[in-house]
Design a protein around this ligand. Structure first.
Ligand code: G1P
Length: 294
């Protein structure tokens, strides 16, 4: 029997320095793309993938995230008295949506350290990790695609994407061998090695790890064992490399479009493309864009 993935960990304790000054007093995860905070895109992806329990690793100054997923009595009351039924449903859907728990990461010591903070809440079962900076738009939610591989191979899986050489040093990069799956040989890989943020000249491939993972609990033991790596931080990539010594890890080149919403340009691209797809905004926004003297 392959254990079902029930929990998704959302590291959300970073300082958001790439988005200053907007993130000085507001968590990066709460920046809205159109009208929905970044983290809600990730939470909805988890729900649509069948993962109901959300664990958010927060830090100082992140209480807006907790408030966002909590019930807002005053707001609901106001919307009710003003007969704003649609808005009320939208607001209620957020707090009804999830079973959420929080754990604090007192110091921003790296992604691996953040994931390790969720160890007690995860317990001894497989789990997902979602980095909400990476918004992935696709017909099948990216996490669901990874879960299908996990359920087939009973092994950890990371999301992969080909990236241009000149940006490869911003990512965890894999050395991986393509393997056949479902009659195709161009999406699934067995990972041989991985390295966090290599120099372009030293990168083992152009396949970058994107912020979706399905992990098994031995990663916690590995994260306990690894030394600080790139940037002096405990890296999740290093923890996974340690796991590789004892079991295979797969990589899946997911179907869908990924936006790096933690980066200003990526954030703007996501905003424009999501706005264009909206039924209530798309048409007017498209007309506006067409009239810009570009
Ligand atoms: C993190 C991971 C990196 C991964 C990236 C994907 O880096 O450490 O391995 O490739 O997310 O977005 P960060 O972007 O937090 O520096």
């Amino acid at each position: 029997m392959i254990a079902k993935v029930r929990k998704a960990v959302f590291p959300a304790a970073g300082l958001g320095t790439r988005f200053l000054p907007a993130t000085k007093a507001q968590p990066k995860e709460m920046l809205p793309v159109v009208d929905k905070p970044l983290i809600q895109y990730g939470v909805e992806e988890a729900m649509q993938s069948g993962v109901q329990n959300i664990i958010i690793v927060t830090g100082r100054g992140k209480s807006a995230i907790e408030d966002h997923f909590d019930v807002s009595f005053e707001l609901e009351h106001l919307l009710e008295t003003r007969h704003k039924r649609d808005l009320l449903a939208t607001v209620r859907a957020i707090s009804d949506m999830i079973d959420v728990s929080y754990v604090r990461q007192k110091e921003a010591l790296g992604l691996g350290h953040a994931v390790l903070r969720a160890k007690e809440l995860v317990g001894h079962e497989p789990f997902a990790v979602i980095l909400s900076d990476d918004i992935i738009d696709g017909d099948t939610p990216c996490l669901r695609q990874l879960l299908d591989i996990y359920e087939f191979y009973n092994a950890p899986v990371v999301a992969l994407m080909e990236v241009p050489r000149d940006s490869i040093s911003s990512y965890g990069v894999v050395d991986a061998e393509p393997i056949s799956h479902n009659g195709g040989k161009d999406r699934l890989y067995r990972i041989r090695n991985m390295v966090e943020k290599p120099k372009a000249s030293e990168a083992p491939s152009n396949l970058a790890i994107i912020g979706r993972y399905v992990l098994t609990p031995e990663v916690f033991t590995s994260l306990d064992a690894v030394e600080p790596g790139s940037g002096g931080e405990i890296q999740l990539t290093d923890g996974l490399k340690h796991v590789l010594r004892s079991r295979p890890i797969y990589g899946y080149r997911f179907e869908g479009k990924r936006y790096d919403a933690g980066d200003k340009l990526g954030f703007l691209q996501a905003t424009v493309e999501f706005a264009l797809k909206r039924h209530d905004l798309g048409e007017a926004f498209r007309a506006y864009l067409k009239n810009l003297p570009l």
